[in-house]
Design a protein around this ligand. Structure first.
Ligand SMILES: [Zn+2]
Length: 130
């Protein structure tokens, strides 16, 4: 399965979205079931993880409601674009620094995670397609 197919089937494959994730081609991003071992490290509420051009999704969500899945895919495609723009070390370094800044400022784990600038951008873009 690829991310482009989910977008097409849900009717959210728009020029606006394409511009926001440029130059990523959703057809070239693979979507697969997250292995159990990987999910063991996910906090509660985490439904997917993106590693460069691969999106790993909780199998329940992958086989569940199409509209919910497509919103999740939009969020993760923003991360694919961020990985592309920043490079592997750039992405991971910025993600971690942003998280640690939140912790240093006294936020708990969940709030620090939500305050990561790369997550904020992904959520903002995702919200446009609700
Ligand atoms: Zn995210």
């Amino acid at each position: 399965m690829n991310a482009g197919r989910v977008l097409t089937e849900s009717g959210v494959d728009t020029d606006e979205l394409r511009a926001l994730i440029h130059p990523i081609q959703p057809e070239q991003v693979s979507l697969r079931s997250a292995p159990r071992l990987m999910m063991r490290f996910w906090g509660s509420g985490i439904k997917a993880m993106t590693l460069r051009r691969r999106i790993f999704v909780d199998p329940k969500v992958l086989n569940g409601d199409k509209a919910k899945l497509s919103l999740l895919v939009i969020h993760e495609l923003v991360h694919v674009r961020q990985w592309h723009d920043l490079g592997v070390l750039g992405f991971l370094g910025r993600y971690l620094r942003s998280y640690l800044r939140g912790r240093r400022d006294g936020l708990n784990h969940r709030d620090s995670y939500r305050a990561i600038d790369l997550e904020v951008e992904a959520r903002e873009i995702q919200a446009r397609f609700r």
